[in-house]
Design a protein around this ligand. Structure first.
Ligand SMILES: [Fe+2]
Length: 333
């Protein structure tokens, strides 16, 4: 039994979730030993379920857990695709479930399944650009890494489309948004949503997420740009970021863009420790960091235009600020 013990995963024992385990062997724990509770293709004993006589903790093997998640992903993907053009609220809900399920076990077998979802979103987006704003406009007074990465994915998609990147690059940007914080899934929830100032130790733990994310993405075979963006999205052009205090010359365009998009999402969303601010206020705050030389000004401009929805034509009409040249003493030349 010892080999079995090391590969068992706890699953929900709530009565509404039991139907998901029909095709799998389900175990319970007796002392330190796992015993078969229900064989695959068998239903739970309904009278026991009604009387609440199911073991408090249920387990499945790792392989079964992966199969279970993949099955759910396929089902949710199908429902997402079906609802996206009919009921945007419903589709956002399904998208959140899909991403929660996917990130609940961030392993290569499971992460790759999300590629289909990205394809669906990008395809729908190319048909109707409003999809992204409709999906992100839904205010949710809740916080989780899953919600954050869903929003970052959608903003990244809008930005890449605005920049007229190729369809493949748009998909890459969306995937990068979705995967950038995958390393945070190792950080306990009570730290991520603490409604207080974090201790130094807690902050140090959070600061490890770019490197943890890199490890997961390398293992899962994601493309290098996505790996790099996850590693570098908290670095800043002036070397004030983390984890390596890299500077402008070492930072890729995708990492620079992700840093800005990530910050915008954090500012415009509610968190247990702060309220959200409006998109325009968020852009003004980010601009301060651009002016300090921490963030890329060109990328910021394009991102801001993608958020405000200014088209290329309108951009041409917009008054450009007069460039003022000063000498070393600050005198206008
Ligand atoms: Fe992050």
């Amino acid at each position: 039994m010892s080999e079995l013990n090391s590969k068992m995963y706890e699953v929900s024992a709530k009565s509404q979730d039991l139907g998901r385990y029909r095709d799998f062997d389900v175990y319970y724990k007796q002392g330190t030993t796992f015993r078969l509770y229900k064989a695959n293709h068998m239903d739970f004993d309904e009278s026991k379920v009604k009387q609440g006589k199911i073991p408090e903790k249920l387990f499945v093997s790792f392989n079964d857990k992966v199969s279970m998640i993949r099955k759910e992903q396929i089902d949710l993907n199908f429902r997402f695709k079906e609802s996206i053009t009919i009921d945007i609220y419903k589709s956002r809900e399904i998208l959140n479930d899909l991403i929660s399920v996917t990130l609940s076990e961030p392993r290569s077998e499971i992460l790759v399944e999300i590629k289909d979802t990205i394809e669906d979103i990008v395809e729908e987006f190319l048909l109707d650009e409003q999809i992204v704003s409709k999906l992100t406009n839904i205010a949710i007074h809740d916080y989780s890494t899953q919600l954050h990465v869903t929003n970052v994915m959608l903003f990244s998609l809008g930005y890449a489309h605005y920049c007229k990147f190729s369809e493949n690059d748009i998909k890459m940007f969306a995937m990068m948004g979705l995967m950038h914080d995958v390393g945070k899934l190792h950080v306990p929830d009570y730290i991520l949503s603490a409604p207080r100032k974090l201790t130094d130790e807690e902050f140090e733990l959070i600061k490890k997420h770019p490197e943890n994310g890199l490890e997961i993405l390398v293992e899962s075979g994601f493309e290098e740009k996505i790996q790099l963006a996850a590693l570098e999205h908290h670095e800043r052009l002036d070397g004030s970021g983390y984890p390596f205090k890299k500077k402008a010359a070492d930072l890729s365009g995708t990492s620079r863009a992700l840093g800005i998009i990530d910050m915008f999402e954090a500012l415009t969303s509610w968190r247990p420790y702060k309220n959200s601010i409006s998109p325009l206020k968020a852009l003004a705050l980010i601009k301060e960091d651009v002016d300090k030389g921490r963030l890329d000004s060109m990328i910021f401009k394009n991102f801001a235009y993608s958020i405000i929805g200014i088209s290329e034509k309108e951009k041409e009409k917009a008054p450009t600020r007069r460039v003022v040249h000063r000498n070393e003493s600050g005198v206008i030349l």
